[in-house]
Ligand binder design. Sequence first.
Ligand code: C2E
Ligand code: MG
Ligand code: MG
Length: 665
Amino acid sequence: MKSDRKNFAEDYQAAFIHYLNGGDQEVALQRAYELGRRAIAGEQNILGLIGLHYRLVQAVKPQLRANLPRGQAIARSEAFLTQVLALFEMTHRQTLEMNQSLRDSERRKAAIVGSAFDSIVSFDVGGRIIDFNPAAEQLFGHTRAQAVGHDLAELILPASRHAAFQQTLDLCRERPEGGAGQRQEITARRADGSEFPVEMAVTFIQVDNAPFFTAYLRDLTERKAYEAKIEYLATHDALTRLANRNLLMDRVEQAIAQAARRPGQTLAVLFVGIERFKFINDSMGHSFGDELIRKIAGRLQHGVRDGDTVARQSGDEFVILMGGLQDGAQDALRGASEILALFMQPFTVDGHAIHLACSIGVSLYPDDGKDAEMLLAHADAAMHRAKAAGGGTVQFYTHDLSVFAAERVRLENALWSGLERGEFSVHYQPQVRVADGVIAGAEALIRWQHPELGMVYPARFIALAEETGLIGPIGEWVLETACAQNRVWQESGFPELRMAVNVSTRQFRHDGIIQALESLIAAGQVTPGSLELEVTESSLMDDMDESIRILNELRALGASISLDDFGTGYSSLAYLRRLPVDRLKIDQSFVHQMEDDAQKRTMVREIIHLSQAFGLSTIAEGVETPGELAFLAAHGCHEYQGYFCARPLPASDFERLLRQRRTGH
Ligand code: C2E
Ligand code: MG
Ligand code: MG
């Protein structure tokens, strides 16, 4: 620019002096015009040009006087300058005209603005509102009169937006050529205080040295709702409203990222294929099939843990994402077992009961895949293996786990059918008074006679039944059977007998045992006065206050409470004092071989003394020898149970024992 200016000054001087020195007028004016054009184009501004001209006149004065008569010299000088300035003048006039038409168009614009669909708010550089169109009145609930003169930010923006808004204005002012300003989505506030999303674009306008801002605002409430709807449709399955594949993949990626942040946590992908669905769909019609899929989806959605994602993969395939797992394989297997159990009950569509089964394939992160695609593909492959293996089973992508899962699932299915087919029975083991050998009670112990596996003991299946929730129906069945048996014996004239039934942790929670007992009492099937419930310390410890409440309710119903396996758990005096129980049952591990073990004897003695101090009754389990019984008798234990008297016996054998005792044989 600097060199341009120097060139301009030099060129001006050369042309000017040439003219003054008697150069051709036409050529001179032509050069002056050219210089004027260059000045307008930006090589020289008007004040600079005039200054340049008069400095030249001063400099060449002596020369001028010498060469030309004074008047002529001045005239030529002015003519040259005028020629150059003429262009400036013309440009200036054009600018004025342009501004005029601009103002006209502004007026036109104002009219448009007035009726505009968008809210348009103009405000001065200080942020004060100078115009507020009708759409803005409607949008914000302020009239124009109320708005004008107020600070825009304070009137329509929540306080949290003020700083950001000021930044936008600064940016706009610095780069006015940025034109329409950038669109932003922000939260605005109405007169009634409610907040809503708007799109805002701010422009900086400068007319006749009177700069101001204009903000264009558009209500986004509807668009947002629409977008949310679009988003929902894009991420959910229309038929079932479950997550679709897109959302699922997203969630799997998120779960992977989370697992990476929290070592020790993992996730599992369960691919669930419905058996026989295609056949039903073809034979019953598609709308029937759709309704069935909806029912399946509903059951799956309800059956999983909170936070798990259930997605519909394709027609009759679903995928479940289990995140935040501690023990991946074990937790996934438990989840899969629960899903298999969901299919035990038939689905009802149009009054038809449809029995279905599913096959489940499981993949675990990170062993079976490091990304969502891989995990899904491998779970899918495992599901097809499960189908090939006959359906109704779980297969892990990793072979070893599949073998383990298959066995467990087989046992679990067998448990269900075992209950239906009457493979369970209850054995009774006498509880004998130490003082006189009278049978005061019996403990009901479940037995499972499996057609292939033979006699299965509770140690093998109670924990599984607990995990899968099957303990509910099984426990109720034992309670009902044992109580019914006791009633039969009472009605046959045997002496009064206390029937002890084991209650496991899961039965104990959520009032399950209370409800079971209440319904049996209501049906007249239980005389609670002769019922004892055996609970373990560990099942009470989770929530002591809740446990105390449940125990009190059970006692209020008439049942007595025995603390099973006592001594193996927490056995703290502090909680024992608070627990509403009637009896402590000394665990058999202390009784077993206590004759050779001073420590065990000390323990047994201590428990007996403890229960005496608390006014509780004591029973020792696992008594096998006369020596053990003698020790218990010496320390004042009330009752015992064990092979020394009898093993757990089928009802008929137990009845024979009762009869023998009565007749003294
Ligand atoms: P538990 O309640 O501590 O039952 C006592 C266990 O000791 C029984 O094992 C019984 O057969 C065994 N036993 C009794 N006397 C002797 C003895 O002199 N020597 C030896 N070595 N063992 C003896 P069982 O029947 O295998 O039951 C094991 C556990 O399974 C029970 O422990 C109980 O916790 C659970 N269980 C059994 N039936 C049921 C039931 O109907 N419901 C629930 N929830 N759990 C049950
Ligand atoms: Mg017991
Ligand atoms: Mg026990």
